[in-house]
Design a protein around this ligand. Structure first.
Ligand code: HEM
Length: 445
């Protein structure tokens, strides 16, 4: 029986509200929010200008967690020690990820009044990263089989081939943007393969996840509204893909088909299905992209370590862990306290916002010797918590590690050396930690 073609919704390719606000604040930096507290690490300028190191160092010296009474995001606990973050993530009932309490980033939820005033369509878009047990467990199980070691083996050849093609196209002796030509190209291509996403539209994946680009754009409220507009646009697009896969006689092996045909799917509401797809895209996009940029930046800044990599490719698996530690592509995750509790001598009250700064924990002197140094053969590099810890630890970690390992292996195979020669522009955000632009030249070693 012939099936009707599915119409895909039209989507904007330019985030007009976002761009307008960004341009306003670029011209009027004095209108950006104030951060009166010296340890308010929610300020985005320290990430854009790469000046956060001494602030977190001073905070760690003073203790593993601190109360910041005032910030544009309201008061919050800044947890900066490795041990303290693991302690908190091991208590998911006391420290909730649930959207009901406020979700997983430092941003606040909009109040009912603000929602009514904004007119934004704010239907729930639930994602399991912002759920507690037991809902979290069941929903995570629907996608986990796509990330098992055997599933990774099945994807390896395709990833390797695509990575090789991208590297082979790079112009030797010319300056180009590594973020654009390699990091974005490889991560969107990867997600397109994972979801069976239309190849010609794959750059939409990057555009959609870019809402997190500037956490100081205007008020937190505007940012939240923009975020929702874009999320709903993604949802509408995926709805069309879903409808398409539903018509397939035989289930494919892409993630969307797998989810549609999974056991737990029958208990999932359509908006939960959409929310989880959006989560996988946002979760896997900026993070892997910024690792790919961070790796090249770190090798350029550490010629002795680059030599080690060039002389001995057997360091690659450990190098991936070490460079993830130093980059830490997500600077923080947030929890909300559900009952008064003691943590390392401090009393955290029910309802308090608790921000876990992975960026700081991965430089914790108590765990890592000489923590700011890149050491590709560091023996405990794997103890980094760039993927989080506990029940929410990144479900895509194996896939990210595989892509990063293959990138380094394929670079090595081609004896490709990458020098940073021009502009380095960092993301102005306190959540996504990475690069907007990285001008490089490639040569052979
Ligand atoms: C969760 C980091 C790649 C999908 C997380 C968390 C972090 C993280 C920090 C939250 C952990 C917590 O709350 O304790 C990263 C980094 C990546 C990466 C640094 C790349 C270097 C990916 C990829 C995918 C993905 C490739 C999928 C395609 C997810 C999902 C969750 C998650 C679905 C939610 C897990 C849960 O709540 O149980 N990731 N991620 N991530 N990540 Fe990743």
């Amino acid at each position: 029986m012939a099936t009707a073609p599915i119409q895909r919704p039209q989507v904007r390719r330019e985030p007009s509200a976002y761009e307008a606000l960004k341009s306003h604040f670029d011209q009027h930096p004095e209108h950006r929010p104030h951060h009166p507290h010296k340890w308010d690490v929610s300020r985005s300028d320290i990430y854009a200008e790469n000046t956060w190191h001494p602030i977190f160092r001073e905070m760690r010296e003073a203790g593993p967690l601190h109360y910041i009474p005032e910030s544009p995001f309201g008061p919050y606990w800044a947890v900066v020690g490795h041990k303290a973050i693991q302690h908190i993530e091991a208590l998911p009932e006391t420290f909730s990820s649930s959207w009901e309490y406020g979700g997983i980033t430092i941003l606040n939820r909009l109040s009912e009044e603000e929602l009514a005033e904004s007119g934004v369509d704010r239907r729930e878009l639930p994602m399991f990263i912002a759920m507690d047990r037991p809902e979290h467990t069941g929903q995570r199980r629907t996608v986990a089989p796509k990330f098992t070691p055997s599933a990774m083996t099945a994807m390896e050849d395709e990833i390797r081939q695509r990575t090789g093609e991208v590297l082979d196209r790079l112009p030797h002796g010319e300056t180009f943007d590594w973020v654009e030509e390699v990091s974005i190209e490889l991560t969107t291509g990867m997600l397109a393969i994972l979801f069976g996403f239309p190849w010609e539209d794959r750059r939409l994946l990057t555009f959609w996840s870019d809402w997190s680009g500037d956490t100081e754009l205007a008020s937190v409220r505007d940012l939240d509204m923009m975020r929702w507009e874009i999320l709903h646009e993604m949802g509408a697009y995926f709805q069309s893909l879903w409808a398409e896969r539903m018509q397939d006689q035989e289930p494919g092996d892409d993630l969307i088909s797998m989810m549609i045909h999974s056991e737990a799917m029958s208990q999932m509401r359509p908006e939960e299905f959409m929310g989880n797809l959006v989560l996988l895209i946002v979760g896997g996009n900026d993070t892997t992209r910024n690792s790919m940029s961070g790796f090249v930046y770190q090798l350029d800044k550490n010629p002795d370590q680059r030599r080690k990599f060039e002389e001995d490719p057997s360091v690659i698996p450990n190098a991936v862990q070490e460079m993830l530690r130093l980059q830490t592509p997500l600077a923080h995750m947030r929890r909300t306290c559900t009952e008064d509790t003691e943590v390392f001598g401090q009393t955290i009250r029910k309802g308090d916002k608790v921000v876990l700064w992975y960026l700081s924990a991965n430089r914790d002197e108590e765990v890592f010797d000489d923590p700011d140094a890149l050491d590709l053969t560091r023996d405990n590099a794997r103890r980094h918590i760039a993927f989080g810890y506990g029940i929410h630890r990144c479900v895509g970690a194996r896939l990210a590690e595989l892509q990063l390992k293959i990138l380094l292996e394929e670079m090595h195979k081609r004896r490709l050396r990458v020098d940073v020669v021009g502009d380095v522009e960092r993301v102005r955000a306190n959540f996504v930690h990475g690069f907007r632009k990285l001008e490089v030249q490639v040569s052979t070693f």
